[in-house]
Design a protein around this ligand. Sequence first.
Ligand SMILES: [Zn+2]
Length: 230
Amino acid sequence: MKPLKDIFSIFFPDVCVNCQSILLRNEQFLCTICLNDLPVIVYNESTKNMLQNIFFGKVPVENVYSFLYFTKFGITQKLIHELKYKKEQNIGVFLGRRMCYEIERLKLFKEIDIVLPVPLHKKKLKLRGYNQVSKFGGVLSNYLQVPYIINVLKRVSKNESQTLKRRFERFSNADSKFHISDLEYLQNKHVLLIDDVITTGATLVSCCEELLKVKNIKISICTIAYTEIG
Ligand SMILES: [Zn+2]
């Protein structure tokens, strides 16, 4: 007897997220053709500067790495859409594993102590049910053999952050939407902040500003994708 999954797949076969062709048994999310077209960012001096420049003059960051180019109607946009809105969380695993090959090859992030995701606001988390980068971050932290920490950096609403600011004078940044619950835990650590897509970098900058309240912290950034579109 065929396993139930096989029978199910006769009627509802998995299709390529990008071109909708029916996937073969050894393919996942993308057909082989689309997989070969995955727009991996070639990491060289020029792309390294392109990514570093997003943060230049705003916050000091050690390394910035982004795996894929994100373009309108492109493969990356489709993958991230499925990951974010269609509960296809395993796309995070799929992309995380592929990215780790690159990181291994490039010998990046050898000094990282902790992987930290950009947090979602708790209302959004409740609505979506998961942070879209959590599976991706899990694969990455596993690969780097460092902890994946979700409860130290939190997103707070404008009102909450105002209250916190009144309570603690040192919270001077008027736009801060993030809050660290344990400054000491992060002390002397090199954290790898992760997110899905870098666009303007505003959210990541805001996170970094909060993280820089920690004594002797180093920050590197890693995202699934990078885009120039706003
Ligand atoms: Zn395809």
